[in-house]
Design a protein around this ligand. Sequence first.
Ligand SMILES: [Zn+2]
Ligand SMILES: [Zn+2]
Length: 395
Amino acid sequence: MDFLKDAREIKDFIVGLRRQIHQYPELSGREFKTSELVADTLKDIGVDELQEGFGETTAVVALIKGNSDRTVALRADMDALPIKEETGKPYASKIDGVMHACGHDAHTAMLLGAAKLLVKHKKKLKGNVKLIFQPCEERQDCRGAKRLVAAGVLRNPDVGAIFGIHVFPELETGKVATCPGAALASSDVFRIKIYGKGTHASKPHMGIDTVLIASQVVNTLHHIVSRRVDPLDPAVLTIGTIKGGEAENIIPDTVEMAGTIRTLNEDVRKKIPLWIEEALRGITSAYGGSYEFDYEEGTPPLINDKKVTEFAMNSLKELLGEGNVLYLEKPSMGGEDFAEYLKFVPGTYFRLGTGNREKGTTYPLHNPRFDIDEDALPVGTAVLSFLAFKWLSDK
Ligand SMILES: [Zn+2]
Ligand SMILES: [Zn+2]
């Protein structure tokens, strides 16, 4: 069996789906037409079980039954972004201000292609394949993966391993890349309110200056990463907003700020909010002010299982050739909610090369001119279906 050859034979099918989804992008949590198209396509393909609206979301979950109890899962995300497309391509978004600028249209189409190939080879499948079409990856407030996991997507039948891919414009078409262990960072959000006492700018001793306190807070919080976190544990703390004051001659009584924290390590992730609060307590009390601190956990660090990743990388060398399977030397401080599945089930998340300079597909993700090299679509379909097939055949 040659999954790459099979996938290339259905390239038109995959490209057609990708372009259709690309033209009608839907924002996170509102993937209604996309999930309808996914469900209809899966019915045509002939999967064994199909659940629409899984976990009271727009998710579609399907099962292809093989001849054992083992189950492997493959996941694609379906949501688009609030970006106005500027590619000028004939298949560009027809929805004003909404665009598939993160390639989730490609992820969905490639997984549908994989479903088609796996159904074709069903008799040789040594177990079940669960297909997860997930909503709401892009926004932290609707938490697509987390909700599906809570609704039991990894059970019944129990999933033994999971694989996913993300298109990547900085990697050449035909190549994939990943690394064992931490590959992407956790992504949490914090909000701070500093309370003081408003007064006339000429009489600072009559008030408590929240702008001055805020400047100390910004300074001290930046020392958390440089002085308290082990230098060998990557972490990022960014304060992205700061708001306070109405006029040059008034000391305001509140200042608000908000930021994000990224780490690759759960221990560090747990400690940073404690250190922030310690700093806030000390600084505000030194000036006679007070604070409110709100910390919201987003996605955890994405940790690729070492054994499964080694297995997956070796398998893909067989499929794509040794030189096309790259070992990522550095993780990224970006976040991805595929991490939610990996908290419970071993698996690997791959980057799929879609960059091609001549075709102009090297714009970064989330850019209005982002596009993929469609020659990568059959590669992605082959990668997904082959990984599922090989993992089930492994024991
Ligand atoms: Zn994205
Ligand atoms: Zn994405």
